[in-house]
Design a protein around this ligand. Structure first.
Ligand code: GUN
Length: 282
């Protein structure tokens, strides 16, 4: 058996096309503000991609660079200005932040109706409580959209998530629980990780370890979603050993071209939804 490839690039392009049509039809141009602290090279690429993707659907994007040497007070003032600026519809702070910045504190400064990453404590709590008002973090939302595109029913499926980050693992666990999956969250201290992974109907790798998930970790016919983006010898590879695992799984997402494009599409969708909430008459 060779798995069906979950084509995130194609699914994401369709989502972006619908967003572009909706925005064009209303004649407005929503504004996303991206705050980048320091000059992490990977972050610079992600921020550039988000800017380009926004422009392609008729969305404005303002990138605010904050030097790593700045203190938190300057960053706070910038975020408060963006919160108060009615022209700005969505705000994200690109992660990871340099070590001298307190991530949780900084994310809590973003007004929750503009928090299009869904990382604020308010949105994380609303998601946990299965509220329809929650803004859901882009990567978990992208994973769910990809799963729904390829699988007919998620109810009762055993989803095993490798990784417990605030950006992916934890919100994804909430999201899949809200879809009536049975969810197991594993992490670096989990004992017998391959045994637990072999029980998964849906296996999601979000641990940041290149090619860690091997064919003998995967139940025959399982669906495997790879959230990892690792640079090895100048190439991008996921957390799943794609060549091995595709012979066992029934569905598998590639890297690149799987979850990555879905994340960008969901950020744009969250920003457009934020605009509509802020302008109910549009
Ligand atoms: N770093 C890695 N993924 C993300 C994301 O989805 N949003 C932000 N702001 N930073 C990230």
């Amino acid at each position: 058996m060779t798995a069906v490839i979950m084509n995130g690039k194609e699914v994401a392009m369709n989502i972006r096309k619908v967003l572009a049509e909706e925005i064009a039809a209303t004649g407005v141009s929503p504004l996303l503000a991206i705050v980048q602290v320091g000059d992490n090279p990977a972050s610079q690429i992600y921020v550039r991609n988000k800017h380009k993707a926004a422009a392609e659907i008729g969305m404005k994007c303002r990138i605010c660079y904050v030097p790593e040497t700045d203190d938190e007070e300057n960053l706070r003032n910038l975020l408060l200005d963006l919160n108060d600026n009615d022209d700005v519809n969505g705000i994200i702070v690109q992660l990871p932040l340099p070590q001298n910045f307190d991530e949780l504190k900084i994310l809590s400064w973003i007004k929750y109706i503009k928090d299009v990453d869904g990382f604020s404590p308010t949105n994380a709590g609303l998601l946990q409580m299965n509220s329809p008002e929650a803004v859901v973090a882009a990567t978990p939302q992208g994973v769910l959209a990809l799963l729904k595109h390829y699988l007919s029913d998620l109810r009762g499926k055993h989803a095993v998530i490798i990784g417990r980050s605030n950006i992916v693992g934890r919100p994804l666990a909430d999201l899949l629980l809200n879809q009536d999956c049975t969810v197991t969250v594993t992490h670096s201290k989990t004992v017998n990780l391959p045994d637990i992974c072999r029980q998964a109907d849906i296996l999601i790798a979000a641990c940041g370890c290149p090619k860690m998930v091997k064919a003998d970790w995967v139940k025959k016919g399982a669906c495997v979603v790879d959230v990892g983006i690792n640079r090895v010898d100048g190439h991008l590879v996921g957390d799943v050993d794609f060549d091995e695992v595709k012979e066992v799984a029934s569905y598998i997402s590639p890297v690149p071209g799987g979850v990555g494009p879905m994340t960008v599409a969901m950020l744009l969708k969250n920003t457009w939804n934020a605009y509509k909430k802020q302008h109910p008459l549009v």
